[in-house]
Structures are given as structure tokens and as C-alpha cells.
Design a protein. Structure first.
Length: 92
């Protein structure tokens, strides 16, 4: 058992003081600004869930964007409509 002179508490030997949170964290990895918390022993699970959720969301956004782009390009090619970004040009 160690003593943190900044927190003035007894802490585990693998603990480190986080200057952003102003507390000691067991098995301190880093302070995550996106989650606004320290990543350590008790919250590796939520951190990994947040990272994987972000990657899944990004993948879905890219898949939907590719699908919509393909639909727009196929529609334009099939009908011979000149357009800018999917909006038909009307000539009077």
C-alpha cells in the first residue's frame, strides 16, 4: 500500500494520480477526454464498448453513404439526367 501526497490517501501500488480528475486511479492507463474520465481497472469495459460503438457507427455511416451514392449514380446513368450531387438541372 502506497500513499499519494497529492490526494492524501492510501492507494494501491499500481495507482497513479490523474491531474485532470485530481484523483488516483488503479492501473491508470490514460485520461480520456471523450468520456471525460480516467481509464483504469474499473472502466476498461465501458471504454472498449465506447470505442467499438464508435467504429460500428462509422462503418454504418460509410455503408449508407456508399449505398446512396451508388443509387444516385445509377439513377443518373439510367435516365440520362445531368445533375449536380443528385439534383436535376432544369433548363427552360
Amino acid at each position: 500500500v502506497a500513499y499519494c501526497r497529492h490526494c492524501k490517501h492510501s492507494v494501491q501500488l499500481d495507482s497513479k494520480h490523474c491531474w485532470d480528475c485530481n484523483k488516483c486511479v488503479a492501473n491508470f492507463d490514460h485520461h480520456c477526454p471523450w468520456l471525460n474520465t480516467c481509464i483504469g481497472t474499473r472502466n476498461y469495459g465501458p471504454f472498449y464498448v465506447a470505442i467499438w460503438g464508435l467504429l460500428v457507427m462509422l462503418g454504418l455511416i460509410l455503408a449508407v453513404a456508399a449505398f446512396l451514392l451508388e443509387q444516385i449514380l445509377n439513377t443518373e446513368a439510367g435516365h440520362g439526367i445531368q445533375s449536380d450531387y443528385g439534383f436535376a438541372k432544369w433548363h427552360l
